[in-house]
Ligand binder design. Structure first.
Ligand SMILES: [Mn+2]
Length: 355
């Protein structure tokens, strides 16, 4: 296991590499070229520049989150092959720069969905939260406006204003795409990229859909054990793996998180570990990482990772806003540093207990 933190790049992140470097036990960052539109090739020069900057701080790039998938690939339109070629070129350039982990998702239209970015908790901290009734009351095109005002001026990944401006066109694109079609298009994409992943040892790690069910009638497939195992089998290559995001799979209380990790042994390439506090099955908020603050048993989650021989990068996920910090919601320094330290503590205890 390697402890990391997500970092959006010096242009976009309020947290610096120097600050991340001072969190005990954090040795790498998970980063991205945030201003690259999906479908564009990441050049070697651009990747090198990012790498040089990260390494100058004493950290390393442990993986990319994300190289986003163009909608043409997700809907399977006739121009998808050109975008897949571009994706392959990006993977090749990453491989040549010695980067071997790529997180991505296959969610139609919306990336992760929350109804509140700053719900206040009893201790005065603010957190991201989701309420199904609030989603049911909104039209999809209102979703962006409803959350953009709380973003502290940050551009949320997956919620870029230029993308949201075209939301009606995006919905039209997905009109004929159901779950089966989405599986088919994912298979087509993976089969084409696997040769390059094998050549350069690049592990592809699909991020689950969040929340783990259909929103606004759009199909969502990476939501539970049955579907993720189907995906692993459908392209049965060790480079076809998952980002095990506890907070995303955990949105559905029917998902047994430690059991899912065990069933994915050898295919979990990257882990996002965080906790949720459920107020009812349709209403949850992103609590502190500590088991006692939320609904999940974080010890059991870390134990399942340990016992299945997980050796990839792990990162604390969305943190609370605390101590007056102003940052991109979920991505401040303080609570994620507490999360990393707590997860490192759990891991050390599990590791020493197993001797
Ligand atoms: Mn995640």
């Amino acid at each position: 296991m390697e402890m990391t933190l997500r970092w959006f790049g010096s242009e976009f992140d309020t947290v610096t590499l120097q600050q991340i470097r001072q969190i005990p036990g954090v040795t790498g960052v998970i980063t991205s070229l945030l201003n690259k539109p999906p479908g564009d090739v990441w050049t070697r020069e651009e990747i090198q520049k990012l790498k040089t900057e990260v390494e100058a701080s004493g950290l390393k790039i442990s993986g990319i989150e994300s190289v986003n998938i163009h909608d043409a690939i997700k809907v399977g339109s006739s121009d998808r092959d050109g975008y897949i070629d571009n994706y392959i070129e990006t993977l090749e350039n990453l491989g040549l720069e010695d980067i071997h982990l790529v997180c991505y998702n296959f969610m139609p239209v919306f990336d992760w969905t929350r109804t509140e970015l700053a719900r206040e908790r009893a201790d005065g901290s603010t957190v991201l939260a989701y309420n199904q009734e609030a989603v049911d009351a909104l039209k999809p095109e209102e979703m962006f406006d409803s959350i953009a005002g709380d973003a502290n001026g940050a551009i949320l990944p997956g919620w870029e204003p230029e993308r949201m401006a075209k939301i009606k066109d995006l919905f039209a694109m997905y009109k004929e795409v159901d779950e089966e079609k989405l599986f088919e298009n994912l298979k087509y994409f993976l089969e084409r990229i696997m040769p390059i992943c094998n050549k350069y040892g690049i592990k592809m790690a699909i991020h689950p859909d969040d929340p783990a069910w259909s929103v606004f009638g759009l199909p969502r497939i990476i939501i539970n054990k049955e579907n993720i195992l189907r995906m692993m089998k459908m392209v049965d290559d060790p480079h076809n793996g998952v980002t095990f995001c506890a907070g995303s799979y955990g949105t559905n209380l029917a998902n047994d998180l430690p059991d899912m990790i065990r069933s994915l042994k050898g295919r979990v390439h990257f882990a996002h570990v965080r906790n949720l506090k459920f107020n009812s099955p349709g209403d949850f908020e992103e609590s502190a990482h500590l088991s006692a603050d939320g609904t999940f048993d974080m010890y059991e989650i870390m134990k399942a990772l340990y016992e299945t021989g997980f050796s990839g990068p792990i990162r604390p996920d969305h943190g609370r806003m605390i101590w007056g910090e102003v940052a991109m919601p979920g991505y401040g320094l303080y609570d994620r540093a507490l999360g990393a330290t707590y997860l490192n503590g759990l891991w050390e205890a599990i590791e020493k207990g197993a001797r």
